[in-house]
Design a protein around this ligand. Structure first.
Ligand code: CUA
Length: 327
């Protein structure tokens, strides 16, 4: 690593150049106007100072043209800041559909990462270069913040909900990960590394890692252990709605609202089942708050996702398949 103190971290993600350019623009505008304004203050203070006790200023008036010029130019410059910043903000909040999914759970004081294939890491995350990575994040305790300076992204990790962020790493290497929200005694030690690897190295890393079973396989096992299938029968004959094809669908609620079944909705329905009751069903589900860890909830979410998007498959397996189905 470079030991020289560098003013900026390396640009290692798709967002980094744009974020830096916006910052340079903000700096340039700020410096220009600071110099202009302070320059004018000193020049005017000397040039137009009061020269005698009896001196009275002449009544003056400003030209309309000057008024317009010094209103329109700053307006234009600030609208560029707004437009540019908004564009970046929106692109940072919308992961592309082909993004690779990683789950992150923050807790005092570590980062737990889970790959879809089952690999788990603590305070380290291995990703391939050149591929968009989407992080779905939550916290077990207090608010943390997932901050990778080299990627120029920072996103709060909040207990009780999922937040997402994404980036495409553009340079192989090892990059600092920080917690950027004060979260208690060892906040400053809640740090880690992102390893960006060439795709073939990443594949080798994936194959070489200890496998814990894929997230959705583990979710299926948990689904059976918790006997969810007793009520959520796949054919829809149970006391609770079938979960087949649920993910991403619009759901009609008993109170008349229609919501989209995303990760946050599924998580809420596991931990606070009465928050949103599906139309036509009774609020009979017990809460699983305290019975399932955040990682367990993520596995259940992935399992429920895996039940979707395949209208032709036989849903009866959902509650009857034996636990030995993961290889
Ligand atoms: Cu976690 Cu600061």
């Amino acid at each position: 690593m470079n030991l020289a103190l560098s003013l900026f971290p390396v640009q290692a993600s798709n967002f980094a150049p744009d974020v830096d350019n916006l910052l340079y623009y903000l700096l340039a505008v700020s410096v220009f106007f600071t110099v202009l304004i302070f320059g004018a203050i000193f020049v005017f203070a000397i040039r137009y100072r009061r020269r005698s006790e009896t001196e009275l200023p002449r009544a003056g008036h400003t030209g309309l043209a000057l008024e317009i010029v010094w209103s329109v130019i700053p307006f234009g410059l600030t609208m560029i800041m707004f437009g540019w910043g908004a564009k970046l903000f929106f692109s940072e909040s919308r992961p592309p559909d082909n993004a690779m999914q990683i789950y992150v759970v923050g807790k005092q004081w570590m980062w737990k990462m889970q790959h879809m294939e089952g690999q788990r890491e603590i305070n380290e995350l291995h990703v391939p270069v050149g591929r968009p990575v989407r992080l779905t994040m939550t916290s077990e305790d207090v608010i943390h913040s997932f901050y990778v300076p080299a990627f120029r992204t920072k996103e709060d990790v909040v207990p009780g909900r999922y937040s997402t962020t994404w980036w495409t790493p553009t340079k192989p290497g090892k990059y600092h990960l920080f917690c950027a929200e004060y979260c208690g005694t060892n906040h400053s030690r809640m740090i880690g590394w992102i390893y960006v690897m060439p795709p073939q190295d990443y594949q080798a890393w994936l194959n070489g890692g200890r496998a814990f079973g894929s997230l959705s396989d583990n979710g299926e096992k948990l689904f059976q252990d918790l006997a969810c299938g007793n009520c959520h029968k796949a054919d829809g004959s149970g006391r609770c709605p079938s979960l087949v094809g649920l993910f991403g669908r619009e759901v009609q609620l008993a109170d008349g609202r229609v919501i989209k079944a995303d990760e946050g909705y599924i998580r809420e329905s596991i931990l606070q089942p009465n928050a949103k009751i599906v139309a036509g069903f009774q609020p009979v589900m017990p809460t699983f708050q305290g019975l399932v860890t955040e990682e367990g909830v993520l596995e259940l979410v992935e399992y429920i996702k895996s039940l979707g998007h395949q209208p032709g498959t036989t849903p009866a397996e959902v509650n009857t398949s034996p636990q030995g189905t993961n290889q």
